[in-house]
Ligand binder design. Structure first.
Ligand code: KG4
Ligand code: ZN
Length: 362
């Protein structure tokens, strides 16, 4: 029999956030008990991107404090935790290994199950955490099949999900990820890092100023027959436009470039996802990843999906669970754990058997 209440500690260090969180599953609700994230954004901002060696060093310095904080904030101790979930890929190998080794050490010392979690599955499962216990874990027959769009700094993928734990990738970017495109465009325009939030802020200015500047960029692969993406051409279009403007680039042009870049990314992501939703006759659309923090994407997606599809559920994670966090890792761990009988947990999730894989696929 499954214990009524389960507590899981999640650990995430795949990129530049050192994160630990505790979730509790009670009465079919996933509660976020603590969610600690130590961001390295300021450290990497001066380089305009993540420097792997620097990220790894910061993870190593911060991981124990982050873990301590995650357990402290709810007066939790390791004894009350049923299992530990950790991201084992994909990501930067030098970053992944810090969280992974910390998790292994805890599992060894406490003799708890250690559940390896795919970071991308975590972004999908982020939809089922709610800070204020608003809803219960949905009945699989009501929400699957689902089409999931994962859009982050490293990935842009469409995944068909037929049940919890049943994933099939149907498309992905052939070059840059959507978040990477935001980051690189911000770097070209020299407006800050990470690119998503600063490009979004400039695009919002464009709308507020009611600007008449007209710029047109391509919508790469929007009409291709498959479910793949490509964003490097969009980045190059921004580069050429910026170079052609040279020193004459004005405070008016930057919001216009950002608006058009953002709109191009939004158009492609929505079109491709809706096309997949129609083809696979889905019951829900599930979004996940850092780019889903984009308010325009959220607004336009909901609008168009409701215009073009009948009778489906639309899942968007709460904004704090879009970008990297460990609560999503703990939730993904929960869905793996409950596939196995409690008596088998330690055998199946034995820390000695688990490996990191920076190229792990969903
Ligand atoms: O999921 P995430 O935190 O890390 C990875 O797994 O990569 O995603 C980070 C990405 C970055 O590329 C960042 O620019 C983008 O998410 N991002 C956004 C926004 N906030 C973060 N993109 C667009 N609009 C945003 N508001
Ligand atoms: Zn991520």
């Amino acid at each position: 029999m499954l214990k009524k209440n389960i507590k899981i500690l999640g650990i995430e260090t795949s990129c530049d956030e050192t994160a630990a969180a505790v979730i509790e599953i009670r009465n079919q609700k996933i509660l976020s008990k603590s969610n600690v994230i130590s961001s390295q954004v300021k450290v990497h901002a001066k380089y305009g991107g993540i420097v792997p060696e620097v990220a790894a060093r910061h993870h190593a310095e911060n991981i124990i404090f982050v873990l301590q904080e995650a357990l402290k904030s709810e007066k939790l101790d390791l004894k009350s935790i049923d299992a530990i979930a950790v991201t084992n890929g994909p990501g930067l190998i030098t970053s992944l290994i810090i969280g992974f080794e910390a998790a292994k050490t805890l599992a060894f010392l406490t003799n708890k199950p250690l559940i390896p979690v795919n970071h991308l599955a975590g972004h999908i499962y982020a939809n089922f955490i709610n800070e204020y216990s608003k809803f219960q874990i949905p009945n699989p027959s009501k929400i699957f099949p689902a089409i999931c769009l994962i859009v982050s700094g490293g990935h842009t993928e469409l995944v068909l999900m037929k049940d919890f734990e049943n994933f099939k990738k149907i498309g992905q970017t052939l070059d840059d990820a959507a978040g990477e495109c935001f980051d690189k465009v911000a770097k070209i325009l020299k407006i800050g890092y990470p690119g998503g939030p600063v490009v979004a802020a400039e695009a919002a200015k464009f709308k507020m100023q009611n600007s008449k500047v007209e710029i047109k960029f391509p919508r790469p692969m929007i009409n291709s027959d498959d479910f793949n993406f490509s964003f490097s051409g969009l980045k190059t279009a921004v580069l050429y436009k910026t170079q052609s403007l040279g020193d004459s680039i004005t405070r008016q042009m930057i919001p216009a470039i950002c608006q058009e870049t953002q709109q191009s990314i939004i158009d492609v992501l929505i079109s491709k996802t809706i096309k997949a939703a129609k083809k696979f006759k889905i019951k829900s659309i599930i979004l996940g990843g850092g780019v889903v923090a984009n308010q325009e994407l959220r607004r336009q997606f909901s609008l168009r999906a409701h215009q073009e599809l009948a009778d489906f559920k639309f899942y968007l994670p709460e904004s704090i669970f879009c970008t990297d966090n460990a609560a999503m890792v703990a939730v993904a761990g929960y869905f793996k754990l409950i596939k196995v009988l409690p008596a088998q947990w330690l055998k199946k999730f034995d820390w000695r058997k688990i490996k990191v894989d920076s190229n792990l696929e969903i």
